[in-house]
Design a protein around this ligand. Structure first.
Ligand SMILES: NC(=O)c1ccc[n+]([C@@H]2O[C@H](COP(=O)([O-])OP(=O)(O)OC[C@H]3O[C@@H](n4cnc5c(N)ncnc54)[C@H](O)[C@@H]3O)[C@@H](O)[C@H]2O)c1
Length: 352
């Protein structure tokens, strides 16, 4: 920490040093740590459910002239053993992909619990992808208990998030006989198949041109498209009762939601911004179609019926970004490689 004074984090109260953590360091800190990150994300869900967090609604900045683009602010605070506040500021510009750069870009600012001072600005698209994939891995494991363990996975929309989810599933013990791939873009499908081949995945890989075939051939279905409104309407595609990780949130028509068992990360967060569960609420005028939260399942407050499809719709909570971001920050600090910006906070004497 800073030469100015020690950090508020455990030291005496003072102005902390300010560090910038680039993506390369983030990636190194997370690589090969998938199991730890999954445990951290699960523990953070439990802290959130126990009320040891503050996680107001995400704020969506949208542009009238660019309706498919958005920048979302996710402020949050986690207590318990983590003790960190902060903000993720994440852009989604889907057209970026055609220009050869990722859709999402983000920074995460960590704030000191004691003084409120920001002490790190971190590259956060990797943190965001990792926490999303870790949450999907927790859900895949917990929601498939009590039914035959899925051996056929299907990825519906195969960009960066699908890649991270596959990596986290395989790193936490999943192996599949078959991997189905469906994407509107043949280039994306080919790119994902290339990733699968070099990842050492031994499953039989099939690219399905038909979305129906992908769903019907998968007992674990991962939606990671950029669809802004539902495009899957037929609940009969799901009559084999798969586990569905509805990470992209807006793919399923209310009819599919209503024919399924529904689990969310946080009810108030997920039932807004025209997600599929939000549309189902608007259609029915109630929330009876929700079984509960993932924490309800983790804590065995609810049991997941096996005789219907189960759909997990995670809105994505800022507390998860903070938990994973703090983990990365601590790893980089421990390695002695923090890039501290000297004199970042400058006007420190009240009267000059
Ligand atoms: N819930 C969460 O916490 C969370 C967190 C991060 C990302 N996400 C969501 O995950 C999604 C994927 O993100 P990404 O970075 O991988 O995006 P990406 O742009 O890299 O990939 C998306 C892919 O989906 C494909 N696609 C779009 N519409 C489709 C459709 N109707 N059918 C089939 N394929 C379709 C595109 O061709 C593209 O290959 C986004 O919607 C993002 O908002 C959710």
């Amino acid at each position: 920490m800073s030469a100015i004074s020690s950090s508020g984090q455990g030291g005496r109260v003072g102005v902390p040093a300010f560090a910038v953590v680039p993506g390369l360091q983030v990636q190194h800190a997370l690589e090969g740590r998938e199991k730890e990150i999954v445990e951290l994300v699960e523990a953070t869900y439990r802290l959130h459910a126990a009320g040891v967090s503050v996680n107001p609604p995400s704020y969506f900045l949208r542009f009238p002239d660019r309706p498919s683009d958005r920048i979302i602010a996710l402020p949050a605070s986690v207590g318990g053993p983590l003790q960190v506040d902060g903000l993720k500021w994440i852009s989604s510009f889907p057209e970026n992909v055609a220009a050869g750069i990722p859709r999402a870009s983000a920074v995460l600012v960590l704030n000191d619990h004691a003084t409120g001072y920001p002490f790190a600005c971190m590259e956060a698209s990797i943190i965001s992808a990792a926490r999303t994939a870790a949450s999907a891995a927790v859900a895949a494991d917990r929601l498939s208990r009590g039914r035959p363990r899925p051996v056929r996975v299907g990825f519906f929309g195969v960009g960066l998030i699908a890649r991270y989810i596959h990596t986290f599933l395989t790193a936490t013990g999943w192996s599949f006989d078959e991997t189905g791939v469906h994407d509107l873009s043949a280039e994306s499908a080919a790119g994902f198949c290339g990733y699968l081949a070099q990842s050492g995945d031994a499953s039989r890989v099939t690219v399905h041109d038909s979305p129906e075939d992908l769903v019907r051939h998968s007992d674990l279905v991962v939606f990671a498209t950029v669809a802004g409104r539902p495009h899957v309407f037929d609940s009969s595609w799901f009559q084999h009762n798969p586990v569905v990780l509805h990470v992209s949130l807006r793919d399923l028509a209310p009819e599919v939601i209503l024919a399924s068992v529904n689990v969310v990360d946080d009810v108030e967060h997920c039932l807004r911004a025209d997600t599929s569960p939000h549309l189902a609420e608007q259609l029915t005028g109630n929330r009876d179609f929700l079984l509960g939260t993932l924490d309800d399942v983790l804590s065995a407050r609810v049991a997941v019926p096996a005789d219907r499809p189960v759909v997990f719709s995670p809105f994505g909570l800022g507390v998860l970004d903070l938990a994973v971001g703090k983990y990365v920050y601590d790893e980089v600090a421990r390695s002695g490689e923090l890039h501290v910006v000297d004199d970042f906070f400058h006007e420190l004497q009240r009267y000059g």
